[in-house]
Ligand binder design. Structure first.
Ligand code: SIN
Ligand code: FE2
Length: 200
């Protein structure tokens, strides 16, 4: 795992926020998906790129069509492709293709979180997962490749990048909680996370 605290300066964070808002708008807003067991997520989501990540009663999958508006997902903005490829170089992945970016929004309340999971919906499980944090700090937990492996907690702050690559590519991870009011980047607090994945 590669954690790069404060990789993006404030101006870059503001630009990323504008890009993320624009994507959400193009997609007709963010949605709160359902897990295969019917439970609601405690965050809202949208995606951009060739495909978007979906979760519902039918399971987890990638789709070219956004079920919210029956249109393709917003295209990956060139700035995002450039950022992801530059980060991938840091973990020796010069051919990285960020085919999708999942945008998660966690409102500034005690319910917001994401349970322990592995990113394994991708057809190709080799390319790294790149995550960018914006807004409020979160308590993030990362373990090993088995759900029961011991976990380590770390704080992800606005402007941090985190790369799961190599041995950590399939590490279980979770967003345990948001620490409201720890950043001024988002007007009403909360946290945005951008996760890039090469799916194929
Ligand atoms: C995710 O694991 O999909 C998102 C992680 C995060 O919000 O930091
Ligand atoms: Fe994840």
């Amino acid at each position: 795992m590669l954690h790069l605290p404060n990789y993006f300066n404030l101006a870059q964070q503001q630009e990323l926020l504008t890009i993320a808002r624009n994507i959400a708008q193009l997609n007709g807003g963010m949605t709160t998906p359902t897990m295969p067991n019917g439970a609601r997520y405690n965050c809202s989501q949208t995606s951009c790129g060739l495909v978007g990540w979906l979760s519902d009663r039918k399971g987890y999958r990638y789709s070219k069509i956004n079920p919210e508006n029956s249109q393709p997902f917003a295209a990956m903005p060139p700035q995002l492709t450039e950022i992801a490829q530059k980060l991938a170089l840091l973990v020796d992945e010069p051919h990285y293709q960020p085919e999708t970016c999942l945008i998660n929004f966690y409102a500034a309340n005690c319910k917001s979180r994401l349970g322990l999971h592995q990113d394994n919906t991708e057809q190709n499980l080799k390319p790294c997962i790149i995550s960018i944090s914006l807004g409020d700090d979160c308590l993030f937990s990362i373990g090993g490749n088995n759900r029961k492996d011991p976990t380590t907690d770390l704080i992800l702050r606005s402007g941090d990048a985190l790369i799961l690559h190599g041995d950590s590519r399939l590490a279980f991870h979770a967003v345990k909680k948001i620490l409201p009011g720890t950043s001024n980047l988002l007007k009403n607090n909360g946290r945005l996370n951008l996760t890039f994945r090469q799916v194929y």
